[in-house]
Design a binder for this molecule. Sequence first.
Ligand code: G6P
Ligand code: ZN
Length: 546
Amino acid sequence: MTDAIQRIACHAFRDQRPGTSGLRKRVLQFQTPHYLAMFVQAIFEGVGDLRGAAIALGGDGRFFNREASEIILRMAAAHGVARVVVGRGGLMSTPAVSNLIRQRGLKGGIILSASHNPGGPDGDFGIKYNVANGGPAPESVTEAIFRHSQSLAGYDILGEAAGKVDLDRTGEQRLGQLVVEVVDCVADYARLMEQLFDFERMRRWLKSNRLVFDAMHAVTGPYAEEILVKRLGAPASALLNAVPKPDFGNHHPDPNPAHAEELMARMWAADAPALGAASDGDGDRNMIVGPRMAVSPSDSLAVMLANAALIPGYSKGVSGVARSMPTSRAADVVARELGLEAFETPTGWKFFGNLLDAGRVTLCGEESYGTGSDHVREKDGLWAVLFWLNLVAVSGRSVPDLLGDHWRRFGRHYYSRHDYEAVDSDLADDIVARLRGRLGDLSGRSHDGRRIELTDDFRYVDPVDHSVSERQGLRLVFADGSRIILRLSGTGTVGATLRLYLEQFEPRTGRLDREPAEALGTLAELAEEIVGIRRISGRTRPDVVT
Ligand code: G6P
Ligand code: ZN
């Protein structure tokens, strides 16, 4: 059989450094002959010890998912991997892959996804490696993968003569020496959800209340079908866009108010359901919406933390909470009140891994519509939806009531993120560099009566393994608790995306019911005065505001 393994000579590709969440490029780039295979070779060499191992393979179903799965399986066979557990059709949500790795004690897994980026032949594709804890590979591993990608002279692959795996047939098949096990992508995950949440209470709630879930034509369709409709009894009409499509119906499968238009329209209608939610391309992001009210992801984390005791999976108590640096500090306030540890990490779910593994935190969240817990090592879209569903069912409070209660108890962190997309990379670097150069000057200064108390380029020392991550975003923290943060996105595929994050704290006795855009108006102007994105780039407004 080994003689069917071919060595394909190829030059190294220079642009294969993984970003915030794996390697993400245009589909066209991935279709460049050998491009995907060379990166997969870099994974096998960079990770190092996959010979004889069992790993997972899943994808969000976007265009090129199946072709890529077939190449990866043939390469896994060539590299002596013993078993690959793959979702039927090559599909599996990111949190479900994380669960699969953990449940089955797999060595790691490969996830094919560009998350919330558009799909289709003109869209994006992506690939990332997850390690044995089920979480995204830490920087030491992604850097090793990158290093290998730079010095490769070719890759190893099982020739096509060895046959082909039928990805649509569950059960075990052979590809050379490799065992390919095709599994139902939903079953294990649904079981895990049943352990964490009170399905009986949710079922009862759904008898007299309506829910709408938008799967955005992405991977969570089948999960929502099984969990929300079959197991919880929601009517099929509760699901929008539940059939996964390779081009996500030509939309951005990104659950935010800007891209989940259909859901927002339903939730702003006079007869809006009590709970609305959406998830992204690979099922790890979530947005929670109440009637005429979108829940900010930062608030979502804080509300979850404050109410965790009401949810069976967390009723024994949570150990601590972690949020990414640009995420609002709403969860910190709750943690302080509850006497829990709160951690601030750089952007990227991988930074939560050590804290979760060490049992230092139970809940984690990011402003980028990501929330999760120690049940897996990825953020988890449907998990978050079930958490909120369980919460409204047991508390008897509506989404707006829960938020109102929360703000009256802890105060409110008005929050907004402004994205400037596809900015010329040099220009974007220049904008960041200029602000970085002025950080020292700005510290201690007052603008419009607001004093800047701290300025820095966020540096993170992992409390568990003490690894250091430098230059994770520029922070301006004001004496009144407001923050202006600027960083470059690590997930874009065209030019650079500048992210400006605005946060302003309103104490619990203050005005809690303002529109965020209005409440943050002055801070936004101040940010422009100080950072000057519009002035320097010539843009008139952000492309996306969330
Ligand atoms: C992905 C990562 C998140 C991150 C988000 C935004 O979803 O998994 O951890 O917060 O991208 O990252 P970016 O670098 O584009 O701001
Ligand atoms: Zn995602």
